[in-house]
Design a protein around this ligand. Structure first.
Ligand SMILES: CC(C)(COP(=O)(O)OP(=O)(O)OC[C@H]1O[C@@H](n2cnc3c(N)ncnc32)[C@H](O)[C@@H]1OP(=O)(O)O)[C@@H](O)C(=O)NCCC(=O)NCCS
Length: 159
C-alpha cells in the first residue's frame, strides 16, 4: 500500500489523537493543544510544524516539532504499530528535517526514553548523536531521557 507525507492540518487532529492514544510513547496532548499549534503557525508565524503520513485518506503516523532561535526540537514522531518497518518514520523525520533546513535551523535536538532502542536507531540514521542524559525525566514508568542532537543541515542524508 502506497503512502505520502504532507503537512498536518486542523482537520487531521481527531485522527492524530486516535493514533497518539494507541501509542504510549506519543505525547498525550488534548485536541485544543494540537489545534492551537497548527493555528498559531498560520496566525502568528510561530515556527511549529506537523507532518502526517497518509494512505487512501487514512492517517498512518505523524511528526511534530518546533523551531526556536535556530534550534529545532522534534517533539514527537509516531507510526501506527501495524504500519511500522516500512520507512514511514524515516520519511516523517526526513520531512521535519527538510522543514528545519528551509527555516535555516542550525541544530536539531530531541529527548527519547532510554529504552526506546527503535527510535534511537532511527535518529542515528539521521546523524543524531547522544549528547546527555536527564535522570528520571519520564514518569509512568519512571525512566531517564537520552538527549540527542545534531548540527544542521545534514544534507547528505536529505538528498
Ligand atoms: C520510532 C517509530 C516512529 C519508527 O517508525 P517506523 O515507520 O517503524 O520507522 P522506519 O520503518 O522508517 O524505520 C527506519 C529505521 O529506524 C530503525 N527502527 C525503527 N523502528 C525500529 C525498531 N522497533 N527496532 C529497531 N530498529 C528500528 C531501523 O534502523 C529502521 O531502519 P531499517 O528499516 O533500515 O532497519 C515507530 O517505531 C513508533 O511509532 N514508535 C512508537 C512511538 C515512539 O517511540 N516515538 C519516538 C519517541 S516520541
Amino acid at each position: 500500500m502506497s503512502w505520502t507525507i504532507r503537512r498536518m492540518i486542523v482537520g487531521d487532529v481527531d485522527l492524530v489523537l486516535k493514533i497518539a492514544e494507541e501509542i504510549p510513547e506519543a505525547p498525550h496532548w488534548n485536541h485544543k493543544a494540537y489545534e492551537s499549534f497548527i493555528e498559531s503557525e498560520i496566525d502568528t508565524g510561530l515556527q511549529r510544524v506537523g507532518f502526517v503520513a497518509e494512505s487512501q485518506e487514512r492517517l498512518l503516523g505523524f511528526s511534530i516539532g518546533k523551531l526556536v532561535a535556530g534550534v529545532c526540537e522534534l517533539e514527537s514522531i509516531a507510526v501506527l504499530s501495524s504500519e511500522r518497518g516500512r520507512g514511514i518514520g524515516r520519511a516523517l523525520l526526513h520531512a521535519f528535517m527538510q522543514w528545519a533546513n528551509i527555516h535555516q535551523a542550525v541544530r536539531l535536538e530531541l529527548e527519547v526514553r532510554a529504552s526506546n532502542s527503535g527510535a534511537i536507531r532511527l535518529y542515528g540514521f539521521f546523524e543524531l548523536r547522544r549528547e546527555g542524559l536527564r535522570k528520571n525525566y519520564y514518569s509512568s514508568p519512571k525512566e531517564d531521557a537520552v538527549l540527542m542532537g545534531t548540527a544542521l543541515p545534514v544534507s547528505g542524508k536529505l538528498t
